[in-house]
Design a binder for this molecule. Structure first.
Ligand code: ADP
Length: 383
């Protein structure tokens, strides 16, 4: 009697075990599948987070995230560097903490400028970010270094001012003398001639300024050089010959000292001649009557060195670091009266550097000035 019961119960237990095993297997499969899909879904998002982190870490823009109390939650290396923060435990100074609190409170973005040193200026934009509830609100700050931009803006402002001044002065003189010519009677020959000479001089000055500006802009926009094997000695002779008449008129002695044979360089003849014309023109322009201007050529085996030396008024030490800047002129009694736009030496420097060379200047007030141009020899110069 008991056997069938045992059999039935065995069948029941067996079925229950099988059912349980099937249930466990199904649950396991579901768990495994969901784990697998989670992994599959998680993998790209982890990858994306890593990519995003790498991007933020290398961004040339400072970024930092704070809570509403100004505690830094995260910051990228650029922000740490700009604000001198320790990335392991970054802390904002009082001023920035109160800016963050203000932004979190008002829910309004704010732009703030920080002058860290005489030449370091930062711009900081703080923006509120909504959290799930107000205590979780965060503030994102973007930090940019605007020192360079400010410098550039100031440079262009003063450049435009100088250009306008340099254009308006001759234009005003021309306008005045044109009016004078119109009013002159035919008998007033002297006055008429004077106005005509002035107009001619001012037109020459305007033309010089415009062509220098054009040349500088061409050089800066990367117009290619026409490099060819060049005998710098010949180029210097041509430049000296071009200035001889003006020098003689002022009683200035122009001379060249050069070894009989000099190695050749690769240069754009036309451009490099402009270098020596500008240096010689300055020497003749700024030196008083009876001065001496020497051009000395030599080689050190790697470069050709050309010195243009005069015994003129010299350049004050405080002006020396600036004379190659665009439109910089020395405000000195002895040189202010001399016509010029302050572009000649910027052109010289640009051309020399385009040839892979260097220019230096030495000067003593009352004793004279020497410009030293170093140009690489043919094998070493850029092709
Ligand atoms: P500029 O058109 O005024 O001559 P440059 O750029 O050629 O412009 O020169 C810049 C300034 O450097 C000049 O205004 C002048 O004061 C000074 N300078 C250049 N060369 C000499 C020199 N040989 N002797 C004295 N001062 C010089």
């Amino acid at each position: 009697m008991t056997e069938p019961v045992t059999h039935i119960s065995f069948d029941l237990i067996g079925a229950a075990i099988i059912l349980l095993a099937l249930l466990l297997a199904a649950t396991g499969l579901v768990l495994l599948t969901s784990w697998y899909w989670k992994r599959r879904r998680a993998r790209p998002s982890t990858f994306m987070v890593e990519q995003l982190e790498a991007l933020l870490d290398n961004l040339p823009l400072g970024l930092l995230l704070t809570d509403r109390e100004g505690q830094v939650l995260w910051c990228n290396p650029e922000a740490c560097q700009l604000l001198s923060l320790d990335r392991a435990s970054p802390r904002l100074d009082e001023g920035l903490v109160s800016l963050v609190k203000r932004v979190a409170e008002s829910r309004q973005s704010e732009l703030h400028e920080l002058q860290l040193a005489a030449d370091v200026r930062l711009q900081l934009r703080a923006m509120p970010l909504d959290g799930p509830s107000p205590p979780d609100d965060e503030v994102m700050c973007m930090v940019t270094d605007v020192s360079g931009r400010r410098h550039q803006e100031e440079f262009y402002r003063s450049f435009i001012q100088n250009i306008s001044h340099e254009l308006l002065t001759p234009l005003a003189a021309i306008a005045g003398h044109v009016a004078n010519i119109k009013e002159c009677s035919i008998e007033e020959v002297e006055s008429w001639r004077y106005s005509q000479d002035t107009i001619e001089r001012e037109v020459r000055r305007l033309t010089g300024l415009t062509s220098n500006l054009l040349l500088l802009s061409r050089l800066e926009s990367g117009v290619p050089l026409r490099l060819e094997s060049t005998n710098i000695g010949v180029v210097v002779e041509e430049a000296v010959a071009g200035l001889l008449r003006v020098a003689q008129a002022k009683g200035i002695e122009l001379s060249i000292q050069s070894p009989p044979r000099l190695p050749r360089t690769r240069a754009d003849r036309h451009r490099i001649k402009q270098v020596f014309i500008n240096l010689l023109d300055n020497a003749v322009k700024y030196c008083p009557e009876g001065s001496e201007v020497q051009v000395r050529l030599e080689t050190d085996g790697e470069s050709i060195i050309v010195e243009v030396a005069d015994d003129g008024p010299g350049i004050p030490p405080e002006d020396l670091p600036h004379i190659f800047e665009k439109m910089y002129r020395v405000e000195k009694e002895s040189t202010r009266a001399v016509e010029g736009s302050g572009l000649g030496l910027s052109i010289v420097k640009r051309i020399v550097e385009l040839h892979g060379g260097r220019i230096a200047v030495e000067s003593t007030v009352g004793k004279g000035t020497t410009f030293r141009v170093k140009l690489p020899l043919a094998e070493a110069s850029p092709s």
